[in-house]
Design a protein around this ligand. Structure first.
Ligand SMILES: C[S@@+](CC[C@H](N)C(=O)[O-])C[C@H]1O[C@@H](n2cnc3c(N)ncnc32)[C@H](O)[C@@H]1O
Length: 307
């Protein structure tokens, strides 16, 4: 495994080749099980980037069989239970796909390492069952709610405006430093502090530590300067918070579903080493063309899909 490099292909195949305990932080932002195809926009042209379409098929059945014969008894029980609840359906196919990759990500982590799985609230409860089985419930650290204010509302239900990030550590002895990612108190909070008797904060105390609901990081709007044209791109501020809180300078950060490389940029900017994997050639091209023009980096390729 070489750090500061991109790997094109299925992250399962790459991760399976690598020795265990070489990674300090894994952030995964896989497809969310939306049954949609995603396109990147480049010079006003749309190119297929990746598919998030699932069905119960032979491949899913074979993944299920593999997981049911895993050496890890708690993982076996979790997968068996989920299959029993859900049956032979698209969602079980999705969960088995992610389970195989989460097994490898967990294996690669050092004992002081952490993993963040970014997922949709519609599936996060099933994924939490899998992660509890893999990491042990005692190593569950946070369910982070990333709340954003994008346009669009619904009359049929309350508008869906948050993602879930499940944070686990490999052991109890993990690296974490929330004080390295303070965020600015709002003007309103500072004013209140200045004028209210018995206020709990000093008006000179302009920052505070993040809690498990993050509403201060905006989703990228279509006009954002940060946009590189890749669908589902996450804001750099989100990844910077995770990288800085859960790794130290020189540590190795892995993103197995790196898309247009937001995590890799956050890691590099913070002085970490980084490894990015993506199955989409469009993702790799987008990173090289738009985000990392000046970077000297090897790209290892197995089989890339177009989208
Ligand atoms: C939600 S996007 C990630 C977006 C990314 N966080 C960003 O900020 O750009 C999911 C990515 O996973 C990739 N992907 C899907 N299946 C994969 C697999 N088996 N191995 C590697 N990458 C995969 C897709 O090509 C897509 O780029």
């Amino acid at each position: 495994m070489q750090a500061n490099a991109l790997y094109c292909g299925d992250c399962l195949q790459w991760m399976q080749r690598w020795d265990e305990e070489g990674i300090d932080l894994v952030y995964l932002d896989p497809p969310f099980c939306t049954q949609t195809r995603y396109f990147s926009s480049h010079d006003d042209a749309l190119r297929p980037a990746f598919r998030d379409v699932w069905r119960w098929d032979e491949a899913a059945r074979s993944r299920l069989q593999n997981l049911l014969t895993s050496k890890d008894a708690s993982l076996r029980r979790a997968v068996e239970g989920l299959h029993r609840i859900l049956g032979d359906v698209a969602l079980t196919s999705y969960l088995t796909y992610l389970a195989e990759r989460l097994v490898e990500a967990q294996r690669l982590l050092r004992r002081t390492g952490s993993l963040y799985l970014h997922c949709d609230p519609g599936v996060s409860h099933y994924l939490k069952v899998l992660l509890d089985a893999l990491f042990g419930q005692e190593n569950f650290r946070n369910e982070i709610v990333w709340h954003y204010q994008t346009g669009g509302a619904s009359k049929a239900r309350f508008a869906k405006k948050h993602d879930i990030l499940l944070f686990y550590s490999k052991t109890r002895d993990y690296r974490f430093d929330a004080s390295s990612v303070p965020f600015a108190r709002t003007e309103k909070a500072l004013l209140r502090a200045r004028h209210r008797r018995g206020a709990r904060i000093e008006c000179t105390n302009t920052t505070k530590l993040p809690m498990d609901v993050w509403s201060d990081i905006a989703a990228l709007n279509p006009m954002s300067k940060e946009r590189v044209g890749y669908p589902t791109q996450k804001p750099l501020a989100l990844l910077t918070r995770i990288v800085r809180a859960s790794s130290r300078a020189g540590d190795v950060v892995l993103d197995p579903f790196c898309g247009c490389g937001t995590t890799l940029q956050a890691a590099r900017d913070a002085g970490r080493r980084w490894i990015g994997i993506d199955a989409s050639r469009v993702a790799i091209e987008t990173m090289r063309e738009h985000r990392f023009k000046d970077w000297e980096m090897p790209v290892f390729s197995s089989e890339c899909s177009v989208g």
